[in-house]
Design a protein around this ligand. Structure first.
Ligand SMILES: Nc1nc2c(c(=O)[nH]1)N[C@H]1C(S)=C(S)[C@@H](COP(=O)(O)OP(=O)(O)OC[C@H]3O[C@@H](n4cnc5c(=O)[nH]c(N)nc54)[C@H](O)[C@@H]3O)O[C@H]1N2
Ligand SMILES: Nc1nc2c(c(=O)[nH]1)N[C@H]1C(S)=C(S)[C@@H](COP(=O)(O)OP(=O)(O)OC[C@H]3O[C@@H](n4cnc5c(=O)[nH]c(N)nc54)[C@H](O)[C@@H]3O)O[C@H]1N2
Ligand code: SF4
Ligand SMILES: [Mo]
Length: 877
């Protein structure tokens, strides 16, 4: 079946695709597609026959959901990916489109294949192929110099989605540098912080979705994105079909989730906190609360909350959010009356704002009021979701954690960023380097596309990446010649996630602990090498003091050691030599020995836990000395029973968190410790000609990692600006017209108020760009939306939207086949003619990179990037 035929026949006929049939990128490649080049230069007809293909389990990493998968490998090629039903989150063969397309990155013609060293100026794009030995030595020598100079903290590793934390920590620990930078503040730090403050046990909920009767969704797009979207959506759909569960979504835009919900409500951006507080007001006023839970486990008590919420009426929230007061009333009561099998939850739509931390807390609080916390069908959370060294042992010796701190990874302006886990404030890193807040000798980047994904990506980010005084040496690990690689001095070609080892773990919606093994399905091509192995090789070339931590072999050996305590008998009785062999066979291990952690806070403390403990007479908190002799809270006395409670300071669910008041005070910020609503300062009195710019994720793209996957980019390659039909009419715009979009920095509130902007709240202009518009009724009238993930100026033909032959190296005047580290041109290069969206061919091009126009904007205390607050203006061009 060719591509045109496939599209014509429609999605409904998916089931009619026969065994081994594929969708083709270009119709005229139909004949070529069933052939594969063979060693003698000819072609061989192939038939994808899954019965003869080798089946290997692994873990997808085309997004952060990390699904267990099964791959079929034939003639050294991955011909098919499907879900691994043994993965408890998956439970079936289903994957998303991104999971399916993953293997296309393995043989992308513009894959990086050889280590490359920059020749010419940084950012000029001229490269020379070097050996791995030279690459290892060059990095190692520079790190040695930093250590010898007494400044190990001048070595930094900046990672995006890594999934090899233990390996990276070992590397940095051996060097003695704490500077591991990440993207958490760009992603989800408000949500995590809100969960830690409220219930302590976890940074993430695991909604018991299959049993849930009412989903109150504040800004999660889990039908197409979300950190566990595929796992959540399959259960939500089941709950809706099986027992008519209701799904209500708040989103400023008609996302696929909003479109598939029973109700879609469009709040004014960043007002969810007010809506949630008003819902709490209604639930308390109508006495639809779980009295037992609130009385025993919620701080402060009911009467304090009633008084605090007295003014947070539906009418008040309606004025701020534009959501009708009667809808707020009705939804609050519908939700509360289905208790406890209900869940109110969030994602970045609520969290990625100036006031996101409190908004997230306000939503989680709704679950506490109705007692759905850790109840069947409710807002649940797992207890053991970490790759702890005790359970997953590492080769010995393990280096100690570095004791130094620096402003780069622990900026004092955001005291909650690293309070519960090291979330950092990644978006300020480049600006802090420019301000001289920290010095670097060596900057290693890994799975990070900051020129694409960071705010001020093509201004502040690129300016600092280009400055050899601020970043004297940059080694970049990537799989394609990305915008990040472009600004490096040394390119370390990585194995893709389908070509490397790793052990992976995440929260499980079945509420059991489990672990999954990522294993190479095929070897990496050319000289590409897994980054973990590269780190270990560099480590071995440091002084003996550091090198001693890397004497265990390769990454496979590291992962084998981590599996040492896993069982050797499979669920079907099969015997294995060791835990590693077990994992290689099944792909996952699920620990079903513990009951699901429903109502863990009620769990009585046993004799041993109570032995030598003391109870605080005022609070009922039970303290006991730990192994190191330090007194820690272990539980709480509730009506004379000693129970575990929550792992917060009060051992209760903390709506009121005195800890926040204390921390805020150190910065001169007055905070009442409650999830009180504050309007976004720059949104106050917004003039009629200003709008709020938001961005969003597509179902077929993940940030900066899928644009080079040709099937996905064929589906979505450009990003016209969504604008509401009524607004568009006023501005005289119709779909396809061009506008100039101009963005502004946030504005601070009055200096004497607690809610002033923490960072560069000047309101000044950032920049402008021209783009096409897409007129729709599916967006709030005061909001415009531009997706991220597209607009590349690098990364190869699929992401650049450029058809024609690969830019060959000779054109750049360097040795053939080496400039970008490409191998010989593949026999089948369907990108040659297949990039039909190329503007040169009359296509719409590859879109704009919206991050160039977004300001660095960490919100107060936690430091999460307030992505979705940006004020903008529009001009028809
Ligand atoms: N405007 C806007 N911007 C956003 C967001 C938004 O909603 N709107 N979302 C934000 C969020 S939630 C996040 S988490 C960040 C993520 O942003 P980043 O942390 O930058 O992460 P990715 O986009 O996943 O990383 C992409 C880079 O990793 C490379 N890569 C892909 N696979 C591999 C591999 O196997 N090995 C190596 N070594 N490299 C690889 C890609 O080529 C690319 O250069 O983006 C943020 N940016
Ligand atoms: N397909 C796909 N899946 C992914 C990713 C991806 O890039 N692509 N990335 C992964 C990662 S790293 C993350 S962090 C998650 C993110 O997953 P989500 O948080 O679920 O997705 P986002 O697109 O970041 O933001 C969610 C929604 O917020 C809406 N929104 C914007 N402003 C507001 C507002 O003021 N109020 C409300 N109520 N809504 C608003 C946007 O329209 C958008 O639909 O997805 C993960 N999964
Ligand atoms: S949801 Fe994410 S991890 Fe799962 S199959 Fe899709 S891309 Fe892969
Ligand atoms: Mo993210």
């Amino acid at each position: 079946m060719d591509r045109r035929g496939f599209i014509k026949s429609g999605i409904g006929s998916m089931a009619t695709l026969g065994l081994g049939e594929t969708i083709l990128l270009t119709p005229n490649a139909a004949s070529a597609m069933n052939y594969r080049p063979v060693a003698d230069g000819g072609r061989r007809k192939i038939k994808n026959d899954y019965r003869s293909a080798k089946r290997i389990t692994s873990v997808c990493l085309n997004c952060s959901t990390v699904c267990g998968i099964e791959a079929f490998v034939q003639d050294g090629k991955v011909i098919k990916i499907r879900g691994n039903p043994l993965d408890p989150n998956m439970g079936s063969h289903m994957t998303c489109a991104k999971g399916q397309s993953g293997p296309t990155i393995n043989d992308y013609p513009e894959r990086l294949l050889y280590p490359l060293k920059r020749v010419g100026a940084r950012g000029e794009g001229k490269w020379q192929r070097i050996s791995w030995e030279q690459a290892y030595t060059e990095v190692a020598e520079r790190i040695k110099a930093s250590i010898a100079g007494g400044h190990p903290e001048r070595v930094a590793l900046h990672q995006g989605r890594s999934r090899i934390d233990a390996e990276i920590n070992r590397f940095l620990g051996a060097i003695g540098t704490p500077v591991q930078l990440n993207h958490r503040a760009l992603c989800s730090s408000n949500k995590r912080a809100a969960n830690y403050v409220s219930l302590g046990e976890t940074d993430w909920e695991s909604i018991d979705a299959e049993r849930c009767k009412y989903f109150l969704n504040f800004g999660a797009n889990f039908y197409e994105a979300h950190q566990g979207g595929l796992h959540l959506v399959s259960r939500v759909v089941k709950a809706r079909f099986d027992h008519g569960a209701k799904l209500v979504t708040f989103d400023v835009r008609l996302s696929n989730t909003a479109g598939r919900s029973d109700e879609w409500h469009q709040p004014f951006p960043g007002t969810e906190g007010a809506v949630a507080l008003a819902m709490a007001h209604v639930i308390i006023r109508e006495n639809e609360i779980d009295h037992d839970f609130v009385a025993k486990f919620v701080q402060p008590g009911l009467e304090t909350m009633r008084a605090w919420l007295a003014t947070c009426t539906p009418a008040w929230a309606a004025k701020l959010s534009g959501i009708a007061a009667r809808d707020i009333e009705r939804l609050a009561l519908e939700f509360a009356r289905q208790r406890p099998a209900v869940a109110a939850f969030t994602n970045r739509g609520t969290g990625a704002h100036y006031n996101g931390f409190n908004a997230e807390r306000a939503v989680v609080m709704l679950n506490a009021l109705v007692g759905s916390i850790a109840k069947p069908g409710g807002y649940c959370y797992g207890l053991d979701e970490k790759l702890s060294a005790a359970r997953y042992p590492q080769p010995q010796p393990v280096p100690p954690a570095p004791k130094i701190r620096t402003d780069l990874e622990d900026p004092p302006e955001w005291p909650l960023a690293n309070r519960w886990q090291k979330m950092k404030v990644g978006q300020i890193v480049y600006d802090y380097l420019r301000q001289g807040r920290a010095k670097l000798d060596v900057y290693i980047s890994y799975t990070l596309g900051s020129p694409m994904t960071w705010p001020e990506g093509r201004s502040t980010t690129v300016e600092v990446l280009l400055d050899e005084k601020l970043i004297p040496f940059h080694a970049c690990s990537d799989v394609v010649y990305s915008e990040m690689a472009h600004y490096a001095d040394l390119i370390l070609p990585d194995a893709t996630y389908l070509e490397r080892w790793g052990i992976d773990i995440r929260n499980n919606l079945e509420l059991t602990h489990y672990v999954a093994l990522r294993q190479p399905l095929t070897p990496p091509p050319g000289e590409a090498r897994s980054f973990a192995d590269v780190l270990f090789e560099i480590g071995r070339r440091l002084a003996p003091e550091q090198a001693k931590y890397f004497q265990f072999g390769g990454h496979e050996d590291f992962v084998r050691a981590q599996c040492a305590k896993l069982p050797t008998t499979g669920p079907d009785g099969r015997q294995f030599k060791d835990g590693f062999e077990y994992m290689k066979h099944y792909g996952v291990y699920v620990d079903r020995s513990q009951p699901k952690p429903y109502q863990v806070y009620q769990k009585p403390l046993n004799e041993k836990q109570l032995d030598g403990s003391r109870t605080d007479a005022g609070t009922g908190v039970i303290y006991r000395a730990n192994d190191k002799g330090k007194e820690v809270a272990v539980g709480v006395r509730i009506s004379d029973a000693a129970v575990r409670g929550f792992t917060t300071p009060s051992r209760k669910f903390e709506v009121h968190a005195p800890e926040i008041t204390q921390v805020a005070k150190t910065l001169g910020i007055v905070d009442d410790g409650l999830p009180t609503f504050a309007q976004i300062p720059s949104h106050r009195n917004l003039p009629a000609d200003r709008f709020i710019l938001t961005s969003f994720k597509w179902n077929v793209h993940t940030q900066a990692r899928t644009a080079s996957q040709k099937y996905l980019t064929e589906i979505v390659h450009d990003n016209p600006m969504w604008i509401n039909a009524v607004t568009a009419r006023k501005l005289g715009l119709k779909s396809g017209d061009m506008v100039e979009l101009t963005t502004y920095r946030p504005r601070s509130g009055p200096a004497d108020q607690a809610d002033q902007q923490a960072y560069k709240g000047t309101g000044e202009k950032i920049g402008s760009a021209r783009m096409r518009v897409f007129v729709t009724r599916g967006i709030h009238p005061r909001v415009v939306a531009v997706s991220n993930s597209v607009g590349w100026i690098s990364g190869g033909r699929a992401s650049e939207g450029r058809s024609g032959r690969r830019v060959e190296v000779a054109a750049r005047g360097i040795a053939p086949d080496a400039a970008k580290g490409y191998g010989p041109a593949p026999a089948l290069d369907d990108l040659n003619a297949g990039v039909w969206w190329d503007e040169k061919n009359g296509g719409k091009g590859n879109g704009v990179n919206i991050n160039a126009l977004l300001p660095i904007n960490p919100q107060p205390l936690v430091g999460m990037q307030a992505w979705f607050d940006t004020v903008c203006s529009l001009r028809k061009v």
